[in-house]
Design a protein around this ligand. Structure first.
Ligand code: DAH
Length: 339
């Protein structure tokens, strides 16, 4: 009988099944009431008493081995069936992929944070505007050549309905509603009829700033922009103001910062000048205050306007403005940790 037991132990070691049904057949063949292992238990009753101890022990080992082996085969099929329908509740969950803010939002929020620390609040205005808010009230008379500086999209055939070319229009909307002191920034989307290239787009974003109060001077403008530049681009950043022209500011200036890539030594980003332009600014022209019913004798103010794409490209060394609008996740994912 021991031989038979050993033979079965060897046989069971090699058992295989190709399906859950075959595994069940194996159970019936060896472990059911009429199965081969059970038959040995029947036979066991007939052997001599002196042998019972030794044979009984081996028989139990056989039975355990057979049960373990067949259970193991059955479990393999059960697990693979579960994984096919995705129902293995013991697996750790897969985490949902985390999105990230768009780099333009990241930088817009940072600009808002920096000016927020200086007491600037945020206001917004409409993207579809009229001639009055985009041009007229900002001291661009009809036929003024400065209107050509900005290639305007007009809506339908009505020359009075247009897409705003700059966020300076929100200055007018705010002055209409509020008397000084005014200390706000106006972020938003603007539109210009320009050919799309690595450096220009027909849709982009600006942040406008306006500060009107008693005794506001050019020194306040300069100090505000210096603080902004250092916070945004690093404490070593230098600024430089170049005289310029905008109809709504007098005097007007364009502001450069020391090149973010070479620190001012000269490279291809700054075209070997050490400086890159980031915004336009100036003292609000008294004519603009007057046309918006603010007492230009009592109040003075400064304004500035910057492109968010430009700031973002300099800050993150992005070479092509089109990347912001392509929604390529490989580009966008790189801003995951930014706020
Ligand atoms: N609106 C100007 C532009 O889009 C930028 C600008 C220049 C805004 C000077 C200002 C300013 O507020 O004072 O080119």
């Amino acid at each position: 009988m021991l031989d038979k037991i050993n033979q079965l132990v060897e046989e069971i070691k090699e058992l295989k099944a190709a399906s859950a049904e075959e595994a069940e057949q194996l159970r019936i063949k060896y472990l059911s009431k009429k199965g081969q292992v059970s038959q040995l238990f029947d036979e066991f009753k007939t052997i001599a008493n002196e042998q019972k101890r030794e044979v009984g022990k081996e028989l139990n080992i056989l039975k355990n081995k057979a049960q373990d082996k067949i259970n193991q085969i059955k479990e393999e099929f059960a697990a693979s069936a579960q994984s096919q329908v995705g129902l293995d509740l013991t697996l750790p969950g897969t985490s949902a992929p985390l999105g990230s803010r768009h780099p333009l939002s990241v930088v817009k929020n940072e600009i808002a944070d920096i000016f927020g620390r200086l007491g600037f609040t945020i206001a917004e205005g409409p993207e579809i505007e009229d001639d009055h808010h985009v041009f007229e009230a900002l001291n661009f008379p009809p036929e003024h050549p400065a209107r050509d500086m900005q290639d305007t999209f007009f809506i339908a055939t009505n020359p009075d309905v247009l897409l705003r070319t700059h966020t300076s229009s929100v200055q007018v909307r705010v002055m209409e509603k509020q008397q000084p002191p005014i200390r706000s920034i106006f972020p938003g989307r603007v539109f210009r009829n320009e050919a799309i290239s690595a450096r220009a787009h027909c849709i982009f974003h600006q942040v406008e700033g306006l500060f009107i109060d008693k005794n506001v001077s050019f020194a306040d403008l300069k100090q505000t922009l210096l603080y902004f530049s250092k916070e945004m681009f690093g404490q070593d950043t230098k600024i430089r103001l170049r005289p310029s022209y905008f109809p709504f500011t007098e005097p007007s200036a364009e502001m450069d910062i020391s090149c973010t890539l070479c620190g001012g030594k000269g490279c291809n980003v700054c075209k070997y000048t050490g400086w890159v332009e980031i915004l336009g600014c100036g003292m609000v022209d008294p004519a603009v205050l007057k046309s918006n019913n603010i007492d230009s004798e009592a109040y003075t103010g400064f304004a500035f306007g910057m492109g968010i794409e430009r700031i973002t490209m300099l800050k993150y060394q992005i070479k092509d403005i089109r990347l912001f609008f392509e929604n390529d996740v490989r580009f966008l994912e790189q801003f995951k940790s930014a706020h």
